[in-house]
Write a protein that binds this ligand. Structure first.
Ligand code: UGY
Ligand code: MN
Length: 248
C-alpha cells in the first residue's frame, strides 16, 4: 500500500513544485461540470494564476474577464470556445488568448478534457491598444533551437508585440538536454509538464519532476533543468514581459 504521507510537492516562499497527488478542488461560479485545481495564484505570493480544469460530461466555463486576461490551452480532449462572437473547436495543443473585459464561453462535451489557464492582471502601455482575441495551434508554431543548442527547442505562442504583457512558450528538451546556465532573472514563471521527466534546480534545491507536475518560480528564483529518460521533456510556461520592470 502507498503511504499517503509522501509527496513530491513543496511550497516555498520563492518557488513551488505541485504534483497532482495533492490537488483539492475549487468551486468557481460559472465553471460547471468540471474539476478546478488552482495550482498557482496570489495567495502563494505569485503575480499570476495557473489553473487546471478537468471536464466531466458537459463541462462549461462561462464568464467575463475583468482586470486579468486569460490564456486557455487544451492539454487533452477538445472544446468549443466562443469569444466575442468568434466560435472555434479547439483540440489538444490549440489555445485561445482572451483579453480583459471580454465574455467567454468554453464548452467541453467530452469527459476528461483538460484545459490549462494562465491569468495575469493586464498592464496597459501608452500608445498601444489592448491585444485582440487570438486563437492558435502549437502544432503550427515553429520551434527553433534555443541559444544554439539543437537539444533544446522553444515555441513562442503569443506574438512578439508590445501590446502583450505576458508570454506563453513551450520548451522541449531532448533527453540529456539542459538549460545552458543557471538562470537568475526578474521575470516570474508558472509552468506545467506536458511530457517527459527530468530534474529541476530551484533556488539550489533539486527536484525530480514529470508529466503533470507544475512549478512556480518567483522573480529571481534561480533555475536550471535537465531532461532525463527516453523521450523529450516538454513544458508549457508563462512569463511576464514587455513592461518597465521596476518601480525604482
Ligand atoms: O524564458 C525563460 O526564462 C526560460 N528559459 N526559463 C525556464 O525555462 N526556466
Ligand atoms: Mn527562466
Amino acid at each position: 500500500m502507498e503511504i499517503s504521507a509522501l509527496t513530491r510537492s513543496v511550497v516555498k516562499s520563492n518557488h513551488a513544485v505541485i504534483s497532482p497527488d495533492g490537488y483539492i478542488n475549487s468551486n468557481v461560479p460559472g465553471w460547471t461540470n468540471c474539476t478546478v485545481n488552482v495550482i498557482i495564484n496570489d495567495q502563494m505570493g505569485a503575480h499570476l494564476c495557473q489553473i487546471l480544469i478537468t471536464s466531466a460530461q458537459g463541462g462549461k466555463l462561462q464568464g467575463v474577464t475583468k482586470a486579468s486576461q486569460i490564456f486557455f490551452y487544451v492539454v487533452k480532449g477538445q472544446c468549443q470556445a466562443t469569444i466575442s462572437g468568434q466560435e472555434k473547436t479547439l483540440t489538444e495543443g490549440q489555445f485561445v488568448y482572451v483579453p480583459v473585459n471580454m465574455k467567454y464561453c468554453i464548452q467541453m462535451p467530452q469527459e476528461g478534457t483538460q484545459i490549462l489557464t494562465f491569468h495575469k492582471v493586464y498592464e496597459t502601455l501608452e500608445g498601444y491598444n489592448t491585444p485582440p482575441v487570438l486563437f492558435g495551434d502549437a502544432a503550427n508554431v515553429e520551434g527553433p533551437m534555443y541559444l544554439g543548442d539543437p537539444a533544446l527547442r522553444l515555441q513562442v505562442l503569443l506574438p512578439h508585440d508590445l501590446s502583450f504583457d505576458m508570454a506563453v512558450n513551450i520548451f522541449t528538451y531532448d533527453p540529456g538536454g539542459h538549460l545552458p546556465m543557471v538562470e537568475t532573472h526578474i521575470m516570474e514563471h508558472g509552468l506545467m509538464y506536458l511530457q517527459g521527466q527530468g530534474v529541476y534546480m530551484l533556488d539550489h534545491q533539486w527536484y525530480p519532476v514529470k508529466k503533470g507536475d507544475s512549478i512556480w518560480m518567483a522573480p529571481y528564483c534561480q533555475q536550471w533543468f535537465t531532461a532525463m529518460g527516453k523521450e523529450p521533456a516538454v513544458y508549457i510556461y508563462y512569463k511576464n514581459t514587455n513592461r518597465f520592470p521596476t518601480v525604482v
